[in-house]
Design a protein around this ligand. Structure first.
Ligand code: ADP
Ligand code: MP5
Length: 277
């Protein structure tokens, strides 16, 4: 029997279980890949907000990455909350040292409640150290604005920002549309180094339960790349996964509740996502 595909997430722990490492591992499990983790930061967090941020010593980040590298056949890696320039540098060095491909960078910067998840001076480290290694980077609109240094108001701005982000060396960029102000549609835009672009479109779900949408989406993308899917195929599955997770809500906590990671397995998602060239 062929071995189960193994993947790694290098990210922060969310005690509330809806985002970060916890969302990644649940998503990996749902999509049939074996998840491993290197924890960069421990957050004390629930659906109402971030109560504390406790970065790991960089030596602990390196030790986790090397323990995984010494024993597992990692087919894809994702990064989430990396918090500071030192952790970014250690993460990038580890990925290079182990020769890992299929790197999905989710450039986590600010929590839904407004807490800072990436220090401002770390932005340059992300641009110069991590983006050149990435197969795809998945910023939301505010993150794409920070990385590109441009404001995004319409589709033309979005394309220009994507081009600016690709110039840092990422092979492809997906600008996610969760923060756009279209009340009916949630649309993600993908542009790659060859100039190929497409949009993934779904109905916008009217809900407060959006904690961890970005983490879950990028974890699903990582799982599908590990299974050998092409980037467009993997993105369609990731978008269908998050659409199901947002549609079939769990109603947990008093604030921005977590999405339902099990929904993709339980409910049909056929026709939920349009691929628009
Ligand atoms: N209300 C919503 N309805 C449908 N899809 C959504 C909604 N909010 C976010 N998404 C989708 O969830 C994924 C994560 O997007 P986004 O919320 O922009 O990221 P982040 O969590 O990093 O801020 C994207 O695929 C986006 O289209
Ligand atoms: C540890 C950790 N990592 C990431 C996020 C971002 O969450 P979201 O996906 O909702 O932007 C978070 N709130 N906590």
């Amino acid at each position: 029997m062929a071995a189960i595909k193994q993947v790694l997430t290098i990210a922060g722990s969310d005690s509330g279980g809806g985002a970060g490492i916890q969302a990644d591992i649940k998503t990996f499990q749902e999509l049939g890949v074996f998840g491993t983790s290197a924890i960069t930061v421990v957050t004390a967090q629930n659906t109402c907000g971030v109560h504390g941020v406790y970065p790991m010593p960089v030596g602990a980040v390196k030790a986790q990455i090397d323990a995984i590298g010494a024993d597992f056949a990692i087919k894809a890696v994702k990064t989430g909350m990396l918090f500071d320039a030192e952790i970014i540098a250690e993460t990038a060095a580890g990925i290079e040292r182990h020769g890992w491909h299929n790197l999905v960078v989710d450039p986590v910067m600010i929590a839904k409640g407004g807490a800072t998840l990436l220090q401002e001076e770390a932005l340059e480290a992300m641009r110069t150290l991590l983006l050149p290694l990435s197969a795809v980077i998945t910023p939301n609109i505010p993150e794409a604005e920070m990385l590109s240094g441009m404001e995004i108001h319409d589709a033309a701005d979005r394309k220009r920002a994507a081009e600016a982000i690709l110039a840092f060396g990422a092979k492809a960029v997906v600008i996610k549309g969760g923060h756009a102000n279209n009340p009916l549609i949630a649309e993600d835009y993908c542009l790659d180094q060859n100039g190929e672009s497409f949009v993934l479109r779904s109905v916008r779900i009217q809900t407060q339960q959006t904690h961890g949408t970005g983490c879950t989406f990028s974890a699903a993308l990582t799982a599908e790349l590990a299974k050998g899917q092409t980037l467009p195929e993997a993105l369609v599955t990731a978008k269908r996964f998050i659409q199901a997770a947002l549609t079939h809500q769990l109603h947990i906590g008093a604030g921005h509740g977590p999405t339902n990671h099990a929904a993709f397995r339980q409910f049909t998602t056929e026709g939920d996502v349009q691929f628009v060239q």
